[in-house]
Design a protein around this ligand. Structure first.
Ligand SMILES: [Zn+2]
Length: 410
């Protein structure tokens, strides 16, 4: 709606007008990355944790600062490099691996002896060009798909392990899909388009090591579309039970963690020729004047009937049939719990079990199922959550994931 667009522009101008450095402080605030705990920041900038809390009174001292937020540092802070470790046992193994004297390591870290177990207490090992970060025990590196998360998008982490062990990860209450290729690791999930500006906790655990937790800032893009839909006659008498049954059946498929990645190249748009994008992902929907309680779970391409519909990427067809809501439907399993769907088609060109390649025709645009005109509804699920497929393409999540698993993506 126009009104929303105008207020979005005003808000953007207000944000741009804000000064980018903290008032009266020559040092720019630090944007928090994974592993920037209060302890890591204090070690890295050689200041007391209490001084950091004093400078950042709006932040909770009892939990790590949220990834994507800004922390003010003392003007006098001097940065030092090193590797921050939390060994379970004593310092001897750490000293051997990093080729330093156990005693100098103990003295540097204010410990009375290198022989006493550290019990996961932080140890700073000198190392040039390395930022000390409090990573999950067992991780050598950790990176997020977005500095600040965006509701409705596929989000994840990737990293390298130094020690093996089963890895579990949660974003808030939602368990993430975790995939490994040797020491390379990727965790994936999505959030709903109503997620808003929360700070869900990213929670990662390797084997029986203590769980690692850090909140992650999400921002709302504020430019969601708002749509008022009026259903009359037959459309208003939709069979709710058939809708629920179809949904339940499809979620049983989407929740399966389907083997390794089948794609080896970027995903593509599922249609070459269309009139307009008639509805974006996340568009808020009000039916017959009611509240905006639901949102659009895919992207709609208005197109002429008969326009070829193309596989967005290589994968295995797991659904190819006519459904009550989705009409002529094809769902492709791309591996790693990622599924794309193509709906309301007038005809279907593939069968369950077929392996299709990027750009292969899977059917033709139609207006079957609960549909009011020729269009393709395209959806994408990650970890059984609908995500914005357009953003997935724009961000290059497909290759970001493959690179995280040390696999090529030309
Ligand atoms: Zn749609």
């Amino acid at each position: 709606m126009k009104k929303w667009f105008v207020s979005g522009v005003l808000l953007l101008l207000a944000l741009i007008a804000q000064p980018t450095t903290a008032q009266g402080n020559g040092r720019s605030p630090l944007i928090i990355q994974p592993g920037d705990s209060w302890t890591a920041l204090a070690l890295r900038f050689q200041v007391a944790e209490a001084a950091l809390h004093e400078l950042n009174p709006h932040m909770n001292p009892l939990r790590p600062p949220a990834i994507g937020t800004e922390v003010v540092l003392p003007e006098t802070a001097v940065e030092q490099s090193g590797v921050l470790l939390r060994p379970k046992g004593n310092l001897l193994a750490t000293a051997v691996v990093h080729q330093v004297s156990p005693w100098s390591l103990a003295i540097r870290n204010n410990r009375s002896s290198p022989y006493r177990p550290t019990l996961y207490q932080p140890i700073l090992v000198p190392a040039e060009d390395t930022v000390p970060r409090d990573l999950p025990p067992g991780f050598a590196s950790l990176e997020l798909s977005q500095g600040v998360g965006v509701p409705g998008q596929a989000v994840g982490f990737r990293g390298q392990l130094v020690e093996g062990g089963a890895v579990t990860a949660f974003l808030g209450d939602n368990e993430m899909d975790v995939f490994a290729n040797g020491e390379f690791l990727v965790g994936l999930t999505g959030t709903g388009a109503f997620f808003g500006t929360q700070q869900p906790t990213l929670h990662i655990q390797v084997g029986d090591a203590p769980p690692w937790r850090q909140p992650w800032q999400f921002r709302d893009p504020t430019d969601w579309e708002y749509q008022q839909l009026t259903l009359t006659g037959a459309a208003a008498e939709i069979d709710q039970q058939s809708i629920a049954e179809e949904r339940e059946r499809l979620f049983a498929i989407w929740e399966q963690n389907s083997g390794p990645a089948q794609w080896q190249a970027p995903f593509q748009l599922p249609i070459n020729s269309y009139l307009t994008i008639s509805s974006t992902f996340g568009a808020r929907r009000s039916y017959n004047g009611g509240p905006y309680r639901s949102y659009h779970e895919g992207v709609d391409f208005a197109a002429y009937g008969g326009t070829p519909v193309l596989a967005a990427a290589t994968g295995t067809v797991v659904v190819a049939e006519f459904l009550y809501v989705r009409g002529g439907a094809v769902i492709i399993d791309h591996g790693l719990g990622i599924y794309s769907g193509y709906y309301h088609m007038s005809s279907i060109a593939v069968a369950p079990g077929d392996v299709v390649t990027t750009g292969q025709i899977v059917g033709e645009v139609g207006t079957t199922g609960l549909s009011t005109g020729n269009h393709l509804h395209w959806d994408l699920l990650v970890d059984a959550v609908w995500v914005d497929a357009q953003a997935w393409l724009d961000q290059g999540m497909d290759c970001w994931i493959l690179a995280g698993l040390n696999q090529p993506c030309p």
